[in-house]
Design a protein around this ligand. Structure first.
Ligand SMILES: [Zn+2]
Ligand SMILES: [Zn+2]
Length: 256
């Protein structure tokens, strides 16, 4: 079964536009497994939730194909809170994601004013990922490494391996060394160039000893759940990587 391992629901993720009943309906239509991964971005007040309420609300629906995860927003100051969150609650899967650079959310107005150009912004973003994962391992998969490409206000916003190979290698080596997964986030999959750029990064992950990927749509609306899932699974296999999901923080191959 294919698994979409990244999505957000209201009321737990405040930027989402879908409720649980819509998720269940869409899941039935598609016949796929799902992992809910609500936002917990400490230090960015709207993006947090009460984990007790989360498990109380969705716990009764938890099953082999409906798993309860979290997307922890990485900042150095949130590190201990993230650690304590994921150690004290029974999440199935933990995504680690960088959404902020230099203390500002990348979506915040003026965030990119702190950078002189694309190179400056992308280096700062990749350095932030490294800074956050180098000494911190309490996550299963690194979320959307190409997140900055969604927002970057430059004519060519893609993250190309050849342009940032040192930073990207450092990140991939850390993940491979700990047998953590890299996420293939399908948000940008409508753009063939973005897919090609990500494929190059996945190939390099394999070269450096990486073995597993998670695949997620990052859906905030029901109509995009499962988007490009098959394409992403095919990409993983082409690169020699195994698509997986996590249940009770343990890795399971998502069998097709
Ligand atoms: Zn995210
Ligand atoms: Zn997300």
């Amino acid at each position: 079964m294919l698994y979409d391992t990244h999505m957000h629901t209201i009321p737990f993720s405040t930027d989402s536009g879908m409720v649980f009943s819509e998720v269940k309906k869409k899941q039935k239509e598609l016949g796929i497994g799902l992992v809910l991964t609500e936002h917990m971005d400490y230090g960015f007040p709207p993006f947090s939730f009460d984990p007790h309420k989360y498990f109380e609300t969705y716990g009764p629906y938890r099953s082999e194909t409906l798993l309860l995860g979290v997307e922890t927003g990485f900042t150095v100051s949130a590190r201990e809170m993230n650690r304590s969150l994921v150690r004290s609650h029974p999440f199935d899967m933990v995504i680690g994601s960088v959404h902020a650079v230099g203390g500002l959310d990348l979506y915040e107005d003026g965030c990119f004013d702190q950078f002189t150009d694309k190179e400056d912004a992308f280096c700062a973003y990749l350095e932030t990922i490294i800074e956050n994962i180098r000494d911190y391992e309490d996550f299963d998969t690194l979320g959307h490494m190409d997140y900055i490409c969604r927002i970057a206000p430059y004519p060519d916003p893609l993250l190309r391996y050849c342009e940032y190979s040192d930073f990207i290698d450092t990140i991939l080596r850390i993940l491979a060394g700990r047998e953590q997964s890299l996420e293939i986030n399908t948000r940008l999959f409508a753009d063939a160039r973005a897919v090609a750029a990500l494929e190059e990064i996945c190939r390099r992950f394999k070269d450096l000893g990486g073995r597993t990927v998670t695949v997620g749509s990052d859906a905030h609306r029901p109509e995009v759940i499962g988007n490009h899932l098959q394409t992403a699974y095919d990409l993983a296999r082409t690169c020699g990587l195994t698509p997986v999901y996590y249940k009770e923080r343990k890795l399971h191959p998502a069998i097709q």
